[in-house]
Design a protein around this ligand. Structure first.
Ligand code: ABU
Length: 367
């Protein structure tokens, strides 16, 4: 009988196999349009770039290794990427940037839909070659699983035509950013399809995709054509001045229940599919921290960037006590995982993983 290695249709079915990222050789890349647009004006990251300090890399790896062991101890197979040399520049005929990013977080790069793992186009130049960190695993799954589909979305050119120059200023201000977000005017243009895998949430037959800085409408249209058996829904969250990746904004926990970031509520006119099928969308608890850790791209809302192990069990970052308390009230068993010192490397518990296998099949939750 064929050995099925890759299978995952949603964010909550029982998790059996997952990739956990590594912090090795992670870099803060030099300035480039899409990346700069995400860094807040008052961030300690402005103007800094280079290899991250070794002590922070070691600490992040210690936490990621411990998380991997927690998952393994629960019977979940854990694979890790093979880091390439992230100090190397990324150069194509269309652009050059002096370093790469790292092999964190895998969720941004790899989208698993059923038996397929799809490498996203990405929208940052420094992440153009990031898929290479995962190629040894893709080859392994290809050898192990005769039904595995390894796909790669068309590599984008990422010329200046991909980015709105208005976003190049470092003095835009949050008010203007919110005004632009409400108008769906983001840093990326519609020059060519762009998407990061972490802008996609899987609900069986339905894929919900955030339109924002890292995913444009052409990227969503590309996904629609690539997955003809799915319904692909574009959503946006006007309360987010730095909209990259949906997984600190909208977090499905189990069929019928989603956490929504209270500062980034899904607009009423985009809720029909959930309302019509009696799904509850509840405000997530407040983060336990007022600021992100040093040299971190992400917001404090990594508090809700949780990894669901099954519809009753969820991994929550250890210091996020309010989020853990809310999960408990929602009937979830909480597995505490210490990860905050790894946030700077690209995100939380959902970000730092990529699904390989969850039990279950492709269900229609929104008939
Ligand atoms: N990669 C998720 C980050 C989202 C946020 O900064 O809120």
């Amino acid at each position: 009988m064929a050995n099925t290695v890759v299978n995952s249709w949603n964010e909550w079915d029982p998790l059996k196999h997952v990739i956990v990222g590594r912090a090795d050789d992670c870099h803060i890349p030099p300035e480039e349009p899409a990346l700069d647009a995400k860094v807040p004006e008052d961030s300690d990251m402005r103007g800094q770039w280079g290899r991250r300090p070794q002590d922070t890399i070691d600490r992040a790896n210690e936490l990621l290794d411990t998380f991997a062991k927690q998952l393994t101890d629960r019977g979940i197979r854990v694979d890790r990427p093979t880091p390439i040399d992230h100090a190397l520049p990324a150069t194509t005929p269309d652009f050059h940037t002096d370093s790469q990013f790292g092999c964190m977080p895998p969720r941004d790069v790899l989208l698993t839909v059923g038996s397929e793992m799809l490498e996203a186009t990405m929208s940052y130049r420094c992440r153009w070659f990031e898929y290479l960190n995962y190629r040894p695993l893709m080859q392994q799954y290809f050898n192990e699983d005769p039904n595995f589909r390894h796909e790669s979305a068309p590599k984008p050119r990422l010329t200046d035509a991909d980015y709105h120059p208005d976003y190049l200023s470092d003095k835009i201000g949050v008010e203007k950013r919110l005004e632009w977000a409400a108008k769906k005017f983001f840093v990326t243009t519609e020059e060519e399809p762009l998407f990061d895998a972490a802008d996609v949430l899987r609900f069986g037959r339905d894929l919900v995709v955030q339109h924002g800085f890292t995913t444009n409408m052409k990227g969503i249209e590309w996904l629609r054509r690539h997955f003809p058996g799915h319904r692909v829904h574009d959503v946006n969250f006007p309360g987010d001045p730095y909209p990259i990746h949906i997984d600190a904004t909208f977090t499905p926990l189990r069929p019928g229940l989603i956490l929504n970031n209270p500062q980034r509520r899904l607009p009423e006119d985009q809720r029909a599919m959930f309302n019509d099928n009696d799904w509850e969308i509840v405000d997530a608890a407040q983060p336990a921290h007022n600021t992100p850790p040093p040299l971190c791209y992400s917001s404090t809302w990594l508090s809700m960037n949780v990894l669901v192990l099954d519809p009753k069990t969820v991994c929550v970052e250890k210091s996020e006590v309010y989020q853990a308390e809310q999960m408990d009230k929602l009937g979830m068993e909480v597995v505490e995982v210490e990860l905050r010192d790894a946030y700077a490397f690209g995100g939380g518990l959902h970000c730092c993983t990529a699904d390989v296998y969850r039990e279950g099949t492709c269900e229609d939750y929104f008939p």
